[in-house]
Design a binder for this molecule. Structure first.
Ligand SMILES: C[S@@+](CC[C@H](N)C(=O)[O-])C[C@H]1O[C@@H](n2cnc3c(N)ncnc32)[C@H](O)[C@@H]1O
Length: 512
């Protein structure tokens, strides 16, 4: 730990995650689906800020895939800022300003008036891991720099879902604090210690039977992830009502969840829960009640400064004009989904025609329901189907087709850099899509096939060399392949699947 880190873990870098919920097109659709006006990335230039960008994968991809926007971010870990800068520079992203400021320093920087007024401010995985003072700093930064009509995305560990785990986290951090040495080793020993407490017949583990299996899962997780998730000085799971109260000081009102599946009450709550919700009118109580009903652990919320409800016809017009794209092969989309209420069958008379149309390529909602001949179905049912498809990351809300060519120039540069890097690193598991205006998942083997294709090399041999370099093993049907012969056969199978299903999809998404 260092002086500048304010108790935040700084001696171990964070993981290279990509979060699609931070995509400007996703933010807009999440508000639009709830009938709320949102900043529209297709309406011209927009300004976007990410607080605590970590390795900067999401931020750099969003800047690359939205060259018409102006992007700015800060993360006080200089190693993160350097890594993100390199990612942006090497991929030719020029619309991104990166600082290694603390939140307080960024706030001070905004005092000089040199800071843009933002349409979107996002912070993912930050709020629960900082001090109350820093939460206040962020609220003040938002108050000063968010435009009226602007949107804030904030995610955090929620209560009551974390209640049972809080004492386990306390035990592990107390142990790690009393221990000496390098952080990953201390984390390992604190997990072992917690295990011994459990095996010693601890009343806490007995009364909270869900904690033991959680501890088991923690043992298998990346130490980098655990360091940032559990071992900061500050770690505050919060109730929705408390966050809403703090954010109201920046004139923000809760607008919608960015976790799209949670926008559809009928798949989350049983009849009694729905009735309770119907009877509850206070907005903060109602939203908090939802967290009690599902024992919510993690919220991804959208707050707006000045919520404007769209007239019904305007919501329909905007939804019809929004483009969507399939991001997984059509035949991998199942016909049922398990939600908190249980297994739900997806009505094939709605879902099948939508998916069949999307399999032809990205299309506006209006075009695809017209072409599918399902316009006579209620708009609310069609929209709900699209929300569900997007919630599962099978379909993504996209930018409009008009800007594809301009965006593709920058995403191609980003992807070239990412593919070069894939030969020596497994860190980035997404490529940039000009259609989605963000990242789409592409696993390392598929990245290696694409890298080989670009350089006219043999795909299987290239993938084999890439796997060998990182000593990576393929897993198929739950079995880890240990011999080269088995791996070559499996790579051949994956190449066939890639060429038949994945490559055409990536082509539709403008990735290749
Ligand atoms: C849990 S990580 C999340 C990173 C990224 N948003 C993501 O989800 O991948 C939290 C990040 O916030 C940064 N951070 C924590 N406290 C900060 C502060 N006071 N000022 C600026 N950055 C901070 C950390 O360095 C870290 O990269």
């Amino acid at each position: 730990m260092t002086d500048w880190s304010e108790g935040y873990v700084s001696d171990i870098d964070y993981t290279h995650g990509y979060y699609r919920e931070l995509n400007p097109a996703h933010l807009r659709f999440a508000l639009l689906a709830k009938g709320l006006r949102s900043p529209d990335p297709d309406a011209g230039g927009f300004a976007y800020c990410e607080l605590g960008f970590g390795q900067g994968v999401s931020l750099t991809i969003h800047a690359a895939a939205n060259p018409g926007g102006t992007f700015l971010g800060t993360d006080f870990n200089p190693a993160h800022a350097v890594g993100a800068r390199e990612l942006a520079d090497r991929s030719g992203v020029t619309n991104l300003t990166l600082h290694d400021d603390s939140f307080a320093e960024l706030l001070a920087r905004s005092e000089g008036g040199g800071m843009p007024q933002f349409d979107m401010i996002v912070l993912h995985g930050i709020l629960s891991w900082i001090s109350p003072e820093n939460r206040g700093t962020i609220v003040e930064f938002i108050r000063r720099t968010l435009k009226p009509g602007g949107v804030v995305y904030v995610s955090y560990n929620a209560l009551p879902g974390w209640a049972a785990m809080m004492p386990l986290r306390e035990l592990m951090t107390l142990h790690a604090g009393a221990d000496a040495g390098e952080i990953t080793a201390r984390i390992g020993r604190s997990l072992d210690f917690a295990k011994k407490v459990q095996e010693g017949g601890s009343g806490y583990f007995g009364t909270n039977p869900q904690v033991g299996p959680r501890l088991e899962r923690l043992q298998g997780m990346s130490r980098n992830y655990l360091a940032h998730e559990y071992f900061n000085r500050d770690w505050v799971p919060m109730y929705h009502a408390d966050v809403a109260r703090e954010f109201s000081q920046a004139k923000l009102a809760f607008a919608a969840t960015a976790t799209l599946s949670e926008q559809v009450d009928v798949v989350n709550f049983n009849a009694k829960g729905l009735e309770l919700l119907r009877q509850t009118t206070d907005p903060a109580l109602k939203e908090t009640l939802k967290d009690y009903l599902v024992n919510q652990q993690f919220r991804r919320d959208l707050y707006v400064r000045g919520a404007i409800r769209l007239p019904g016809v305007e919501q329909i017009r905007q939804v019809r004009a929004t483009r969507f794209a399939l991001v997984v092969p059509r035949d991998t989309v199942p016909t049922s989904i398990t939600f908190p209420v249980g297994k739900v069958d997806m009505k094939q008379e709605i879902y099948a025609p939508i998916l069949d149309q999307l399999a032809q390529g990205p299309a506006t909602f209006g075009d695809l329901v017209d072409r599918a001949g399902i316009t006579s179905m209620p708009f609310s049912a069609l929209l709900q189907a699209m929300v569900i498809l997007c919630s599962q990351n099978w379909v993504a809300p996209c930018r409009s087709a008009a800007g594809d060519a301009g965006r593709a120039m920058v995403t191609a540069r980003f992807n070239r850099f990412a593919l070069d890097r894939a030969m020596h690193s497994a860190a980035i598991s997404v490529l940039a899509s000009p259609v989605c205006g963000g990242g789409v998942a592409v696993d390392r083997v598929h990245q290696l096939f694409l890298a080989a294709e670009r350089e006219g090399r043999d795909p299987t041999l290239t993938a084999m060399a890439g796997l060998r370099e990182l000593n990576q093993r393929l897993i198929t049907d739950g079995k880890t392949l240990t011999s080269e012969e088995e791996t070559v056969v499996e790579l051949g199978n994956r190449l066939t699947h890639f060429q038949g299903k994945i490559r055409p999809l990536l082509q539709q998404l403008g990735v290749v």
